[in-house]
Write a protein that binds this ligand. Structure first.
Ligand code: FES
Length: 123
């Protein structure tokens, strides 16, 4: 089976890596996680929305830059979409698809997650 792009990047965590207790992210909240150090640090963020969690690599498909400027700042003003703070591209929460702006036809790279005994785990 072909490996997903997120898994091929330096410092990518192995499937089964525990990220955090689910309770650390309130409904509607977002939290960033990183692995490794230096220029190639591996960064992702997790959104919790109506009982589900969604994980994406923190790498915008527009210019391959992190989406945020500040800690855990990933959402549009109304909280309904993911927003890249670099050039304001918008992405759908459920699948990371581009909804508008400088990401035309591209998507965020999803990182599969599962819940295990109240913990958020890389699937
Ligand atoms: S780097 Fe995200 S919109 Fe340009």
């Amino acid at each position: 089976m072909e490996q997903a792009a997120w898994a091929l990047r330096p410092f990518a965590p192995a499937p089964g890596t525990v990220l955090a207790p689910l309770i650390e992210i309130p409904d509607g909240g977002v939290k960033e996680f990183s692995f490794g150090v230096g220029f190639n640090v591996w960064r992702m963020f997790v959104l919790r929305r109506e009982g589900s969690v969604y994980g994406y690599l923190n790498l915008c498909p527009h210019y391959s830059m992190p989406l945020n400027h500040r800690d855990n700042e990933f959402m549009s003003r109304d909280g309904s979409k993911i927003m890249c703070r670099q050039h304001l591209a918008l992405f759908r929460v459920e699948d990371g698809a581009c909804l508008g702006g400088a990401c035309d036809g591209r998507s965020l790279d999803a990182v599969p997650l599962r819940l295990d005994n109240g913990m958020i785990v890389i699937a």
